[in-house]
Design a protein around this ligand. Structure first.
Ligand code: ATP
Ligand code: MG
Length: 231
């Protein structure tokens, strides 16, 4: 549970994450999605409840400690070190994760996988939103996480960019054996990407199942998707 004063932002919400899955999380504005990532990622302490990672309690750990336990995350508002180059941004991620100075292979792999080859020396503050998102993703992956949280990674991208980004997440899951938790309002894209989908509303989990089941769930349709969504 997470309480902000009188507001119960997360209320009796529990779920179990499976190794190597892509879990999508959707729900109306203010439902508690970002709060859930913040609480699970160590940015906010839960008011009550437990967070268990590989059999150990991790609630109360700092984001830095969570990073060393294998958690990486991106934020709803894209953030890069604007005055640094693309390559330097990714190298910062590697250092934050305690990576060795000679870990150039992983950096090269990420630069290629994220479509940043040839752009290593460009200033990160001058690139497009899509490229900024790729830099953030590559920087997070350079910390060598096992588990990655993405908060609205597709926001602001066009249809083609969304496809490229989704293909990349699937590929990275397969090739790096990662587990992803993806918060996203674009439910159609999210249901194609995710193995399971969780919908939350007023801080409560209202449905957690395969995307096919979730998008037809009557409560999900009532509170979130409405009638215009036909999957
Ligand atoms: N630090 C905070 N202090 C007080 N209230 C907060 C804080 N962070 C979030 N809230 C409140 O908690 C509720 C959940 O917010 P949260 O940002 O988790 O929603 P969300 O599902 O991510 O929404 P969105 O889709 O708009 O990003 C909202 O009512 C919000 O105003
Ligand atoms: Mg949010």
């Amino acid at each position: 549970m997470k309480r902000f004063g009188a507001l119960l932002a997360l209320n009796d919400l529990s779920f179990q994450l499976r190794r190597s899955e892509i879990l999508g999380i959707a729900g109306p504005n203010g439902a508690g999605k970002s709060t859930l990532l913040n609480v699970c990622g160590g940015s906010l302490a839960p008011t009550s409840g437990e967070i268990i990672l590989e059999g150990e309690r991790v609630d109360g750990l700092s984001p830095y400690q969570m990073c060393h336990r294998g958690l990486g995350r991106t934020f709803q508002i894209p953030q890069v070190f604007a005055s640094m180059s693309v390559g330097e941004n990714i190298a910062v991620g590697r250092m934050f994760g305690g990576g060795e100075a000679d870990a150039t292979d992983i950096v090269r792999f990420l630069i290629d996988a994220c479509g940043l080859a040839g752009r290593r020396d460009e200033r990160a503050g001058k690139v497009s939103l899509m490229t900024r998102k790729m830099i953030m993703l590559a920087a997070v992956l350079a910390t060598r996480p096992k588990l990655v949280f993405l908060d609205e990674p597709l926001a602001g991208l066009n249809k083609d960019e969304i496809q490229v980004f989704m293909d990349l997440i699937s590929r990275l899951r397969d090739e790096m054996d990662l587990t992803f938790v993806v918060v996203e309002h674009k439910v159609r894209a999210l249901s194609l990407l995710s193995d399971r989908l969780m919908v939350i509303h007023f801080g409560r989990r209202i449905c957690l199942d395969t995307p096919e089941v979730v998008v037809k769930d009557s409560q999900v349709v009532d509170v979130y998707l409405g009638t215009e969504f036909d999957a």
